[in-house]
Design a protein around this ligand. Sequence first.
Ligand code: HEM
Length: 410
Amino acid sequence: MTITSNPAEDRAADSGILSFPMDRAAGCPFDPPPRLQAQQQEEPLSRVRIWDGSTPWFVTRHADQRALLGDPRVSADATRPGYPRSAPSNGRNNISFILMDDPEHARLRRMVTGSFAVKRVQAMRPAVQKIVDDLIEEMLAGPNPVDLVQAFALPVPSLVICELLGVPYDDHDFFQRNSSALVKQSLSVEERTAAHGALLTYLDDLMGEKLAHPADDLLSSLVTRVKDGELSRNEAAQMGVLLLLAGHETTANMIALGTVALLEHPDQLARLRDTDDPKAIAAAVEELLRYLNVTHSGRRRVALEDIEVAGEVIRAGEGIVFPNEIANRDAEVFTDPDHLDLGRDARRHVAFGFGVHQCLGQPLARLELQVVYSTLYRRVPTLRLATEAEKLPYKHDGAVYGVYELPVAW
Ligand code: HEM
């Protein structure tokens, strides 16, 4: 868990401005960096220095984050000057509507919302349960110990999103490797652009095949819109990349990191294992989302107009960073926030973001996590870490937090 110092951090130390991302190395692997916690209490609206030396606003309180993320005067358009990017970019690896504003964002998002509606997703429960059951059986029949990331955490959401989109799961090595590279901020711009280009070409080829042989899947429905002139082929392929990437990276990290957190909190794990009440399981999922908040590099936005907030004025053109992990530990909203309590009502968390860009796939993510967390530890009651939690390779360098590997035994 060593984090190398960087020049921006050193400069920041000189000027008294904190740098972001912050080091969580010394603290608990599930908690936001200790400095971030202090910042929320001492100076909830401040400036931070990011990798390029710029100093966007830094909003740490839950109420302020929700107010600003829900404000149409705040833009998610990464091509605007002042937008605080999380890593160097050549502007060629922006993926679809997550980095666009309305009305363009809404136009594209609307085309896929039906597939992620709660009712449609709930109908997938038996299929998701079968995927989970089969993978557990396969794992139990294989070597022990095993890496839970490769054997289970990555395959579950990958199989589900492949089924929904109509992507052949046989290609999983290719798309998992490139998706992981695309969000790995320690890679060079060229490496991330190459990963994006490979995924884009792959999705475009797949759409060509769907054009010739349409099926009952989401990519085929996008291809129909291309044929009808509602969408360009490039827009459709970009959307495919976004859905494929977002559909497996985040959930896979929640499955693996959630397992570490539960194994390190046996009282909470026992609570989950001993219930088959769907409401209790759903509540446990919300609490794990709140507590772990895997999208730890912060939401990023730029102000379109002057905005007054918490006694300060954010000027038009100034960047804003929202570390949602710390908003999820705001004592104003969650009692004893650093405590993992599967019985609490955590529904106000911002692990799925807030405002118009709030996670499109949240019903699907919830379903997958509910099925996983209510099945894995019951079916494998002796599941344990095959190494110490402190020694696991945590993902400090990605847009999504988690573990690269998770050796488990039973
Ligand atoms: C536990 C799993 C997940 C977490 C923690 C998560 C988190 C997030 C967050 C924080 C955002 C907001 C980004 C922003 O405001 O800048 C977001 C957006 C998004 N997520 Fe998820 N996500 C998860 C699973 C999924 C799944 C399964 C899909 C399925 C395809 C998905 C698709 C998307 C899409 C398309 C957006 C962009 C929405 C928009 O810009 O309108 N996510 N997600």
